[in-house]
Design a protein around this ligand. Structure first.
Ligand SMILES: [Zn+2]
Length: 361
């Protein structure tokens, strides 16, 4: 109680982490009381291992639980095991009496200690989770890969995520105490599954901000198809809208795995994405697709299906693609333009292949 109130729990935790002071190999001195000789018995530490303490200096026994919490719980207000220390070695039964029934002062203090340690674990867990979140948010923002080929303990490079966590831990003792080697093995919060959970949470939160910014207003969609490394057909969906300050905003809101490329199934996929974010086809004012895509026929069907449901969802052809169309058409008819483009192509190839040529250019 001599510590300021705001750090008392911290001090109590430090005491509890150290555990009770039990010098079992000490040569306990003998007390002579008339003809009786008595002393503290080391085996009492085994019997009352969680709380019994012995002070060599005072040759007296104390209770760790009550010592830490008695000010708040003891109704007697004065307890030998907290203040002057227990020394009446003949009366070992006093130790058991001190523990008492489940509602005793001692047991109230024990519960208070256990609560405090649980709370401490909770704080540690939060700190560990926070460290993982900080690392993942950084990697997400920079668009960096999370993992490495070899993430074993003795790998020289355990990948961006683990290496960044190490850096973070080396700069902050509080984090260092609870992450990586200092975390419980089953709760390190660094496994790929945990990484994915946190990333998904980040994606959900980010999309929430985008949808809030859209404010139930009109919007258009831009869809492109792509194939990922596992040869899965994916649709990337971007929404574009005018925000509260009158700026045109374009935001990527998700990848949809295309199960079947029929127009009806594409529309179902889009509807599913919309329903996930509370968007409605009735608020759609524009749609744009990549006209050069392998799926241009399917996109054409999708466009018609959406237009059937909402005639205000105007279709706008991709302008970059139209520009290319026009250039190709013109080059076909005018040989000078055609030769201009082939010269430019050759020039770019020749110059681009050599650093020296680039510098000269
Ligand atoms: Zn006690």
């Amino acid at each position: 109680m001599s510590y300021p109130p705001d750090i008392r729990n911290q001090v109590r935790r430090a005491y509890l982490l150290k555990g009770p002071c039990q010098p079992c190999h000490h040569k306990f001195p003998q007390q002579v009381d008339g003809t009786r000789k008595q002393r503290f018995i080391a085996s009492w530490f085994d019997e009352f291992s969680n709380w019994l303490e012995y002070s060599i200096e005072k040759d007296a026994a104390y209770c760790l639980y009550c010592f830490l919490f008695t000010a708040g719980y003891s109704e007697r207000g004065h307890d030998t095991f907290v203040f002057e220390g227990f020394t009446n070695w003949q009366k070992k039964k006093r130790l058991r009496e001190h523990v008492g029934d489940h509602n005793s002062d001692h047991n109230k203090c024990r519960l208070a200690c256990e609560d405090l340690m649980n709370q401490a674990q909770h704080i540690e867990y939060r700190c560990r989770l926070n460290a993982s979140i900080i690392c993942l948010c950084y990697l997400l923002m920079q668009g960096l890969a999370f993992r490495a080929n070899d993430e074993s303990e003795n790998s020289l490079n355990q990948g961006n995520f683990l290496e960044l966590l190490k850096v973070l831990a080396s700069c902050n003792e509080e984090i260092n105490n609870v992450v990586l080697k200092n975390a419980p093995n089953n709760l390190r919060l660094t496994s790929p599954d945990i990484q994915k959970d946190i990333i998904n949470a980040a994606a959900t939160e980010t999309t929430k901000v985008i949808i809030t910014d859209l404010r139930d207003d009109f919007f258009s969609i831009l869809v492109d198809e792509c194939r990922d490394v596992s040869i899965k057909e994916q649709m990337g969906v971007v929404i574009s809208y005018v925000n509260g300050s009158g700026c045109v905003i374009e935001r990527f809101i998700g990848l949809v795995h295309v199960h079947s490329t029929s127009a009806a199934s594409l529309k179902k996929d889009i509807e599913f994405l919309f329903s996930t974010y509370g968007l409605s086809i009735s608020s759609l004012r524009g749609q744009g697709y990549d006209g050069a895509s392998n799926m241009r026929g399917e996109f054409n069907g999708l466009k018609s299906l959406i237009l059937k449901e909402n005639s205000s969802a105007y279709y706008i052809h991709c302008f970059a693609y139209q520009l290319q169309f026009i250039l190709v058409a013109i080059a076909k008819k005018h040989s000078s333009i055609s030769s201009f483009f082939s010269t430019v192509t050759r020039l770019v190839n020749v110059i681009g292949g050599s650093c020296k040529c680039r510098d000269m250019l």
